[in-house]
Design a binder for this molecule. Structure first.
Ligand code: NAD
Length: 542
């Protein structure tokens, strides 16, 4: 074991590259995009450090060109999932006993590769597989490096927190990894979240099974390969693409599942929570359940708001990455006095956005992730077009002939409880409710109560009294709150991310609040000169 004493400095965020014409990063990315769009990568499972090939496979296509296959991925079934559990448990003791600085070195090394040579590979696979533009992929992959560096740093901060000792006594807290394995299930929309869910518990000394999303599996596979190249021991993370149903059936009810790390929809998290509840007596420990889930994120403008900046926030916040960020703005409250100007600017500026292929660098917005998402958006749009309670301000059209394209859409809703004002759609559709300027208090209450979610929210106002009032009224309506800024774009270490109510357990990914969920504290007291006395000094009759 190591006896070195050292500390890790608080990390800086991974810098974003510019991709300007003529830059080396632009040339490298273009070359990688050309390479990845002309091949079909065969993706195995990775169990116990070994590639496992199965007969059951799925095809991975580009959302903006849905007949173009870029990968074929093996799917785990009961046998492979059992192998993965056995491999994780077999790897546990050696991983747990590895000095933490050596464990940490693997992730710091991976972060350096993500900053440098692995950047084009991860960016290109995220762009092609998940239909992200250059900048959206860049911030995603920079966040992946941030999760690793801040994760390692958080471990040190947790370990440093030790109890008080008294004369002749040394108290210490042993932060043990959980007694079992972690099940990580990740969403499609961020390669960084996919990477973080199985890795954060592993940085704390746990072992995990990772079920990536089928629509993010190419970028997730490249990340898994990188970890192995950086020396992650066999079995510590087991990469098992499979159906959600198989994961539920064969992994989630396993007695040794000690923790569940999830990001995705509220419905899936609630179904897993229910399943865990039903099986509670059969687990070796009470499993830790950490889930970041759906949202109905808002921008609420006051009459004193700067309209041009408000409109920019509405457009970037609602339509970047096709509204498929969990933090994306999908409802807005605009005072009647500002609406004519806001409406005019939205019509002009949204119509100018280029919707298309991510390989064309002037594209602002690409396709939604898959046919199911396209169908959901289409159904919401068709109902809004037919509804007397709605008016389409801009957009409202869709086309799936080549890719899953939905035009950026603004719906004005006369009823603040209309379905698109309160339900998560997860596409490029924002619903607006125009309120009477003198009904600010009532409208704030509607914003707070109308939807079950509480993930992100933003207010726009220049009047400081109004800011105080709005912040107070909306305190529980989000986990991340913005004043005069869009509701997306949280940065690890700067705006710790997560929501409450139906939006999740709010354990703030990338911080020690999250990392501490993956340890079970063991309090140790050592007496240097234990007492031999049995009776106490007062025990005498005067
Ligand atoms: P999803 O819930 O459809 O899928 C997430 C993962 O769960 C996928 O890997 C999927 O295959 C798996 N899954 C599906 N059914 C399952 C089941 N029955 N049992 C076990 N696993 C199952 O979500 P998605 O479409 O990938 O992502 C979009 C959702 O994620 C949105 O609701 C969004 O708000 C949310 N999200 C939230 C955050 C956050 O931080 N709060 C971040 C990103 C995404």
């Amino acid at each position: 074991m190591s006896n070195a004493y050292f500390t890790i400095e608080r990390p800086a965020n991974d810098p974003f590259k510019g991709y300007l014409p003529g830059s080396p990063e632009r040339a490298a990315l273009k070359a990688e995009l050309a390479k990845q769009s002309s091949e079909v990568v065969k993706i195995p499972l990775i169990i116990g450090g070994k590639e496992v090939w199965t007969e059951k496979t799925i095809q991975v296509t580009m959302p903006h060109d849905h007949d173009h296959v870029i990968a074929e991925c093996c799917m785990a079934g009961e046998k492979e999932l059992q192998m993965a559990i056995d491999s994780a448990l077999a790897a546990k003791d050696a991983w747990e006993d590895m000095p933490w600085e050596h464990r940490s070195a693997i992730f710091l090394k991976a972060a350096d590769h993500i900053t440098n040579d692995y950047r084009p590979v991860l960016n290109a696979s995220t762009m092609l597989g998940q239909s992200k533009t250059v900048f959206q992929a860049e911030i995603d992959i920079a966040e992946l490096a941030d999760f690793l560096r801040f994760g390692v740093w958080s471990v040190q901060e947790i370990f440093k927190d030790q109890p008080a000792s008294s004369d002749g006594v040394w108290n210490r807290q042993d932060y043990r990894p959980l007694d079992g394995f972690i099940c990580a299930i990740s969403p499609f929309n961020f390669t960084s979240i996919g990477g973080n869910l199985p890795t954060a518990p592993v940085i704390m000394g746990n072992v995990s099974l990772w079920k990536p999303s089928r629509t993010a599996v190419l970028a997730n596979y490249y990340y898994m390969k990188l970890l192995m190249e950086c020396g992650l021991p066999a079995g510590v993370i087991n990469f098992v693409p499979c159906t959600g149903t198989d994961m539920s059936k064969y992994v989630i009810s396993h007695p040794k599942m000690a923790g569940f790390h999830f990001t995705g929809s509220t419905a899936v998290f609630q179904s897993v929570w229910k399943q865990v509840g039903e099986n509670i007596a059969s687990y070796a420990n009470y499993p830790r359940l950490v889930g970041e889930t759906g949202g109905k994120d808002f921008i609420f403008a006051h009459a004193s708001a700067d309209v041009e900046k408000l409109v920019a926030a509405l457009i970037r916040g609602s339509f970047e990455y096709q509204g498929q960020k969990c933090s994306a703005c999908s409802r807005a409250f605009i005072p009647a006095s500002l609406w004519p100007e806001v409406e005019k600017q939205l019509e002009e500026k949204v119509a100018a956005l280029k919707v298309g292929d991510v390989q064309e660098f002037d594209t602002f917005m690409a396709a939604v992730i898959d046919q199911a998402s396209f169908n959901t958006c289409k159904a919401y749009l068709d109902r809004a077009i037919a509804s007397p309670e709605c008016e389409i301000v801009t957009g409202g059209t869709y086309d799936d002939s080549k890719g899953w394209f939905v035009q950026p859409t603004v719906i004005r809703c006369m009823d603040p409880h209309y379905e698109s004002m309160v339900k998560e759609i997860f596409g490029p559709i924002v619903s607006v409710y125009v309120y009477d300027d003198d009904k600010l208090d009532e409208t704030l209450e509607i914003c707070d109560k109308a939807s079950p979610y509480a993930l992100t929210g933003a207010i726009f106002a220049q009047d400081r009294q109004a800011i105080v009032k709005m912040e107070h009224a909306l305190r529980n309506a989000s986990g991340n709150f913005y004043i005069n800024d869009k509701c997306t774009g949280a940065v690890v270490g700067q705006q710790p991310f997560g929501g409450a109510r139906a939006s999740g357990t709010n354990d703030k990914a990338g911080t020690s609040l999250n990392m501490i969920r993956w340890v079970s504290a063991h309090s140790v007291k050592e007496s240097f000169s234990p007492s031999a006395a049995i009776n106490y000094p007062y025990m005498v009759e005067a």
